[in-house]
Design a protein around this ligand. Structure first.
Ligand code: ADP
Ligand code: MG
Length: 253
């Protein structure tokens, strides 16, 4: 299958005043087109650094990274980024927040407006378009942040712990919502999380990273769970098996 993201022997060491911080050591993995991959690893191991490399924001010291078959040389419009905090502006309406990326690119035309209004309608935010972010629940704000990322129509979504600011119950619903949106929009996704159950409930494959410097310890294929929604997976008898295997792999790091 065609790869959307391919990393080969990626290494990166930060130079700081206090000395060198080796963040990544020969990291190799791929994400196939349309696939949903989760990256799990201990806090501080280099997960965000990896996303920055894929987004073209950090240059690795060694190795190669390709996105949609092309070598990454800088930020690409094919890659959309969804941050940890929703970063919605309180003084803008929901619709104007969603349009922000397009405005920055000076691409607010009729076609894009139709696309954005379609997304707002499909994912239950049309009635809230004129409201401000503070009038929305945390879960709806995350949905809004995802739609803003989708507005510029990237092929690939990078999600850096997007649910960590939400309480447990909200996380369950929102992760289901986000999963459904990514699926139905046919996007390739790479999700960073330190929550194993989130990874097992959303991903097709889970890449387990070691402690810093990050290396790939093991890749788990979710097999039969792939066909199920996040909620169905959590109720599946297979769920705990995957959870335990990944947990053990992480504990050994
Ligand atoms: P994670 O996202 O897995 O928590 P990060 O990729 O953010 O980890 O960070 C990996 C390591 O690199 C950490 O030790 C962090 O302190 C360090 N680091 C991250 N960004 C920088 C930077 N810009 N300069 C120096 N060190 C950094
Ligand atoms: Mg991080």
């Amino acid at each position: 299958m065609e790869n959307s993201i391919a990393l080969r022997d990626i290494s990166l060491t930060y130079q700081t005043k206090e000395g060198e911080v080796e963040a990544l050591r020969k990291v190799s993995f791929h994400v196939a087109k349309g696939e949903f991959v989760a990256l799990v690893g201990p806090s501080g191991c280099g997960k965000s650094t990896l996303l920055s490399v894929i987004a073209g924001l950090e240059q690795p010291d060694g190795g190669t990274v390709t996105v949609c078959g092309e070598m990454v040389a800088g930020p690409s419009r094919r890659v959309g980024f969804m941050p940890q905090q929703d970063q919605l502006f309180s003084w803008r309406t929901i619709r104007d927040n969603v349009l922000l990326g397009l405005q920055i690119r000076r691409e607010v035309d009729e076609e894009h407006l139709r696309h954005v209004d379609g997304l707002l309608a499909r994912y239950g935010l049309a009635d809230f378009a004129k409201m401000r972010p503070q009038q929305l629940s945390g879960g709806m704000r995350q949905r809004c942040a995802l739609i803003r990322t989708l507005a510029t129509d990237p092929d690939i979504l990078l999600l850096d712990e997007p649910f960590s600011a939400l309480d447990y119950q909200t996380r369950l619903t929102v992760s289901g919502d986000i999963w459904r949106i990514i699926r139905s929009e046919g996007k390739t996704a790479l999700l960073v999380t330190h929550d194993i159950s989130e990874a097992v409930s959303m991903a097709d494959r889970v890449v387990v990273l070691s402690r810093r410097p990050a290396t790939v310890k093991k890749v788990f294929d979710m097999g039969q769970l792939r066909q199920l929604t996040p909620l169905q997976r959590r109720e599946s008898p297979l769920f705990s098996g995957f959870f335990d295997s990944i947990w053990k792999e992480l504990e050994l790091t």
